[in-house]
Write a protein of this length. Structure first.
Length: 240
């Protein structure tokens, strides 16, 4: 394979090393080529890749009201009779602890993450508001995808991601999944996806509407949210 004169100038030191070996039968590796190019000051400038959606690390925050910070994560469970898994992707409001919206299915993709963000904003009537919640997630493929980031950008939602191996930064959704496991999933051996779907839906309704929550003055999330809105409960601060 022959290269035209001057063609090598398009290459960085790695490809230049290959070119030298192929065209001139030189015994030389890329490290040697790099050193020589650096000495001669002929290293090709490195291309900078512009990142459209830069990663925002989760910051320490003080949450003083609902709809300021939502956490999103995925839980999977097993269907014994069908020998397969199903997935639950949930959004929890860090302040009122309500599961605002969720996706339950045999697959869990970035499009599903985008859909529950849109539905959650609609349920909380936030499309007409200038204030939108921050969405906090881990670094799962559904949440680092172009589809999800573009959805957040479209709806004016800031997305922040926790550092790897720091589930405590997503403590509220992790806590909900632990309750779901202890109070629902571990108590049933599901025979079908339909059965699993029904049990999990029923549990989320119970959790939102009736399950007493110690950090919410011993009210369920729905009750707490309603009483807070009419001024019957004293606001507090959640540090995350």
């Amino acid at each position: 394979m022959e290269f035209a004169a001057g063609e090598e100038s398009a290459y960085g030191y790695r490809k230049l090393a290959i070119c030298l070996r192929r065209q001139h039968n030189l015994v030389i590796n890329h490290k040697k080529v790099y050193r020589l190019c650096k000495e001669l000051d002929i290293l090709a400038p490195q291309r900078r890749i512009k990142v459209k959606h830069p990663r925002r690390l989760a910051a320490n925050r003080q949450i003083t009201a609902p709809d300021q910070l939502w956490e999103v994560d995925i839980k999977y469970a097993y269907i014994a009779k069908e020998d397969r898994f199903f997935y639950l992707m949930s959004i929890i409001d860090v302040y009122d602890r309500m599961i605002v919206d969720y996706h339950l299915g045999l697959s869990c993709k970035s499009k599903h993450a985008s859909q529950i963000i849109q539905r959650a904003l609609w349920k909380r009537q936030l499309f007409e508001s200038n204030s939108r919640p921050i969405i906090r997630s881990d670094n799962g493929p559904q949440f680092i995808s172009k589809v999800f980031e573009e959805t957040c950008e479209q709806f004016g939602v800031e997305h922040e991601r926790i550092p790897p191996k720091t589930p405590n930064k997503n403590a509220h959704i992790e806590s909900f999944h632990a309750l779901l496991e202890a109070e629902c999933l571990s108590r049933h051996e599901f025979l079908s996806y339909q059965e699993a779907y029904q049990f999990v839906n029923d549990y989320i309704r119970f959790y939102n509407e009736r399950r007493i929550h110690g950090s919410l003055y011993d009210f369920a999330p729905c009750e707490f949210r309603q009483m807070l809105a009419i001024g019957q409960l004293k606001p507090f601060i959640v540090k995350v």
